[in-house]
Design a protein around this ligand. Structure first.
Ligand code: SF4
Length: 363
């Protein structure tokens, strides 16, 4: 079934490490943007597309009023064939109070993804975040009071001056919260962001420390019952993100909003990073990324991000060559090869880009 992604490109303040497309929040622009979202959503009505996940990503979707979230979800309900959906909303702890969260829940949102990043206030300050950890803890408890039974938090690894011990403390603090899902991302210094400077580079984790941090994170989360199902994602059984899994399993998704990507009708396309033209246009512009993606190549590229890996019988005549290559890497503990499947180990995930490129070469 298809997933629906809705991009909200506004933030209260730009974080210095972030290169996602987002603009400073403006009430008027956000209102116009929501109207444009609704217009675009309603355009799909004649197609009767079946969906089972809706994802509000950003930016900071929790800057939306609950009435705006409701208007968007009403339009989705009128325009798509919606089946028992997972409805996720990404929230910033600073913009998520009990009242707003209760209203989101009433509007139908049933999964909350909170950008916590760290339980250490000095690290949060260095990340340019507006919240401290107390505020993040309160947001989680408020979400539970509001009726959320599926809550995820993000944590960041390798940030400026983070140590293995402070990371372990952050993980312990998250484990003690009533969460069902944790996403752990390794800091990547993106070109052109304020973080792209020598001062931050020298304070951030080097490759060795990052590896240690990642492997420690995988082990601590596993011990606490959060099973790794993707390079950066960990869940209690049954709480894997239905929406995000679509990206890695080749299912279709429709993205609406400036900078949103889609994989639908067999092609990949995106809407340009331009809120102005999105708001003023009757319908969002679509730029084709790939008219005819190589589905076997994508199966290997995305499937190897998953802990369960890929099935060899889906690789046709290439299976044997991939298996031969995998045997070499298996000796170094980077992957696991069974009669039917190939998957990367946590150690392999650390070098997944290179490993996946090696396997793709065999196709
Ligand atoms: S709140 Fe999120 S999307 Fe916005 S700037 Fe910070 S990291 Fe980027």
């Amino acid at each position: 079934m298809t997933g629906l992604y809705i991009h909200i490109p506004f933030c209260a303040r730009k974080c210095p490490y972030c290169d996602f497309y987002s603009l400073p929040y403006s009430k008027k622009l956000c209102e116009d943007y929501v109207s444009a979202l609704v217009r675009n959503i309603r355009h799909f009505a004649p197609q009767g597309i079946s969906i089972d996940s809706i994802y509000f990503g950003g930016g900071t979707p929790s800057l939306l009023y609950s009435s705006q979230v409701k208007a968007i979800l009403d339009a989705v309900g009128d325009s798509f064939d919606v089946h028992d959906p997972e409805i996720t909303l990404e929230a910033n702890p600073c913009t998520a109070d009990l009242r707003k969260l209760s209203e989101y829940r009433e509007a139908g949102v049933n999964r909350l993804s909170l950008g916590v990043q760290s339980a250490n206030d000095t690290e949060l300050e260095k990340l340019g975040r507006l919240h401290d950890f107390k505020r993040a803890e309160k947001a989680v408890h408020d979400a539970v009071k509001a009726g959320f039974e599926n809550i995820s938090c993000d944590i960041m690894l390798g940030t400026a001056q983070q140590t293995l011990i402070s990371l372990e403390n952050s993980i312990d603090a998250l484990i003690n919260l009533p969460l069902q899902h944790i996403s752990a991302y390794m800091l990547k210094i993106e070109k052109g962001t304020p973080y792209d400077c020598d001062e931050v580079r020298s304070a951030a984790a080097d490759d060795d420390l990052m590896s240690e941090m990642y492997l420690k994170t995988v082990q601590k989360l596993a011990d606490a019952g959060f099973e790794q199902y993707e390079i950066s994602n960990f869940a209690k059984p049954g709480f894997e993100s239905r929406h995000n899994l679509k990206y890695w399993t080749g299912e279709s998704y429709i993205g609406i909003g400036a900078s949103a990507h889609s994989f639908f009708g067999g092609k990949r396309y995106f809407c340009p990073k331009d809120v102005g033209s999105f708001v003023s246009g009757e319908l969002q512009a679509e730029v084709t990324e790939d008219e005819n993606p190589d589905l076997t190549e994508e199966y290997v590229m995305f499937g190897l991000r998953l802990a369960k890996g890929i099935r060899l019988d889906k690789l046709g005549e290439n299976a044997e060559m991939i298996a031969q290559k995998a045997k070499l890497y298996e000796k170094y503990g980077l992957c696991r090869l069974t009669e039917d499947t190939l998957s990367l180990t946590p150690k392999g995930f650390l070098v997944s880009n290179s490993l996946i490129a090696e396997f793709v070469q065999c196709l």
